[in-house]
Ligand binder design. Structure first.
Ligand SMILES: Nc1ncnc2c1ncn2[C@@H]1O[C@H](COP(=O)(O)OP(=O)(O)OP(=O)(O)O)[C@@H](O)[C@H]1O
Ligand SMILES: Nc1ccn([C@@H]2O[C@H](COP(=O)(O)O)[C@@H](O)[C@H]2O)c(=O)n1
Length: 207
């Protein structure tokens, strides 16, 4: 069974995808991490994220970079949404994601274009959303716990900027697949959101 989980930054899609992976005993791929690894390489090598040739040069990152906690930072997330707009960067990362999705038994993948581009034939597709203010509050809390001094207003502005770039780009923009089930987590606890996600997946696969 392939489960596609898409949605905007800090909507809770990663939390839900990890829980679905445990629930159905399926491997999970956080595809955002791949774009974050490209972004981190661009930053580390002092390349220019807006230049496609620079971003392509950063696509040959080593897998151990995916373990680096720095990848989860807001700084890297912003640059990830710049490099991810390049068609050749998306093409360079496409087969890896498709192979992961096609492994025997299936998989759970989360990102922005899983239901539309990476696994258009997924057995179940969710599009996780929440209001920008609520997403910013959750992400701010998470960053505060990590000791970051970043303000709520900055987190909200970054989330809005990332949403705009991710939904507005020409190549594989973030969008809900026509056959995806929307899941608004704005007023759901993590437990309630996960329970609803399981109900939605079960409903799709038994339909
Ligand atoms: N329903 C919820 N209620 C409260 N907090 C939540 C909920 N879902 C997720 N969170 C928290 O919100 C933050 C963002 O969640 P998560 O990392 O799953 O989002 P994401 O969509 O995967 O983000 P990104 O796209 O930036 O990787 C985390 O701190 C997580 O614990
Ligand atoms: N399938 C995907 C996944 C991610 N991106 C881009 O990467 C950025 C970081 O993703 P997170 O899920 O870790 O927040 C994101 O803002 C997108 O620009 C993508 O394009 N496609």
């Amino acid at each position: 069974m392939i489960i596609a989980v898409d949605g905007p930054a800090a909507s809770g899609k990663g939390t839900i995808a990890r829980a679905l992976s445990r629930h159905y005993n399926l491997p999970h791929l956080d595809t955002g991490l791949l774009y974050r690894a490209v972004a981190a390489t661009v930053l580390r090598d002092k390349l220019t994220p807006e230049r496609e040739a620079d971003a392509i040069a950063a696509c040959g990152f080593e897998d151990r970079l995916l373990e680096d906690p720095w990848l989860r930072s807001d700084e890297v997330g912003q640059i990830a949404s710049v490099v991810s707009a390049h068609a050749l960067v998306r093409a360079a990362l496409l087969q890896r994601q498709r192979r992961f999705a096609a492994q025997p038994g299936g998989a759970v993948l989360d990102g922005r274009d899983i239901g539309t581009v990476i696994a258009p034939d997924a057995d179940a597709k969710l599009f996780v959303k929440a209001t920008p203010a609520i997403r910013a509050r959750r992400r701010h809390l998470e960053l505060q716990k990590q000791g970051s001094p970043v303000t709520y207003d900055k987190v909200l502005a970054d989330i809005r900027a990332r949403d705009e770039r991710d939904a507005g780009r020409a190549n594989a923009p973030m969008m809900m697949a026509a056959d995806a089930a929307p899941l608004d987590t704005s007023f759901l606890s993590i437990e309630a959101a996960v329970q609803r996600a399981v109900e939605l997946v079960d409903a799709r696969v038994t339909a």
